[in-house]
Design a binder for this molecule. Structure first.
Ligand SMILES: [Zn+2]
Length: 253
């Protein structure tokens, strides 16, 4: 199983981070891709990637931290992007949900700047979009964003179609196992299987039956079982398809 979106730098792993990460790779997790949301976090996950062969990372600035982006931050990011274990630019995007987030225009400017950097270095982008899908779709079209993934995707089928036509992938995690996950389940049946990836967003969004607890990548098995049921196939087959997709998009072996 490959977890394409997680946050092992989170404070909730401070007590037992190394124990948790090493246990993943003894429990059927082939690789994880951790997404950095601040320069500090990106440096921390880069160090983890150096320590564990199956630990990869993406480096970016989360829209909630858009104020952190300046010339110096870009310089730091460029160093991180050049590292061998850095497989993408993220997480980046737009988040209009939290009132205290930087203004919309600032978020858009930073997102566009990072998308352009990703194109220059030919790495996929990991996109976070919350309560901002209108502006996000405009930017996807305007900036020709075609190489990347919409993380924790829970938008409409119409939105999925636009992102699909652009060439983007979609990652699904614990929320698709929740009782009210109508949209996620519709999308899992609508989107072609070769564009679907698995994520946990650990330590957040643990799937049923561990909902509410601290999440880690071993919980992907519950997401896989859920998708296998929807697709009327075996968990092994879901694992095989999504692993292949993750390797293709992020160019990992
Ligand atoms: Zn995330």
């Amino acid at each position: 199983m490959i977890d394409v979106h997680c946050h092992y730098e989170d404070d909730r792993f401070n007590e037992d981070r190394d124990e948790v990460i090493s246990s993943l790779f003894q429990n059927n997790v082939t690789a994880v891709i951790d997404a950095g949301c601040t320069i500090k976090d990106c440096k921390m996950i880069s160090a983890l990637a150096e320590k564990y062969p199956q630990f990869y990372f993406c480096a970016g600035i989360h829209p909630g931290n858009a104020d952190e982006f300046d010339e110096n931050a870009l310089k730091e990011l460029k160093k991180l992007w050049a590292e061998e274990k850095c497989v993408g630019v993220g997480e980046i995007g737009l988040d209009y949900y939290w009132e205290n987030n930087p203004p919309k225009d600032k978020q858009k400017d930073v997102f566009v700047a990072l998308v352009n950097s990703a194109k220059e270095i030919n790495k996929p982008v990991v996109i976070h979009s919350r309560d901002a899908i209108g502006d996000m779709l405009d930017l996807i079209k305007q900036e020709n964003i075609s190489h990347g993934v919409m993380h924790c995707f829970s938008e409409s089928k119409e939105t999925a179609k636009i992102c699909l036509d652009a060439g983007l992938y979609f990652s699904f995690g614990g929320t698709c196992t929740f009782k009210n996950a109508v949209r996620a389940n519709e999308n899992l049946l609508y989107i072609p299987k070769d564009r679907i990836l698995l994520e946990t967003d650990s330590p957040y969004l643990a799937p049923v039956p561990n909902r509410g607890k601290r999440n880690d990548s071993t919980n992907l098995q519950f997401v896989i079982e859920h998708i296998a049921m929807l697709w009327n196939t075996t968990p092994k087959e879901v694992e095989r398809i999504t692993d292949e997709n993750a390797k293709r998009l992020f160019n990992i072996i």
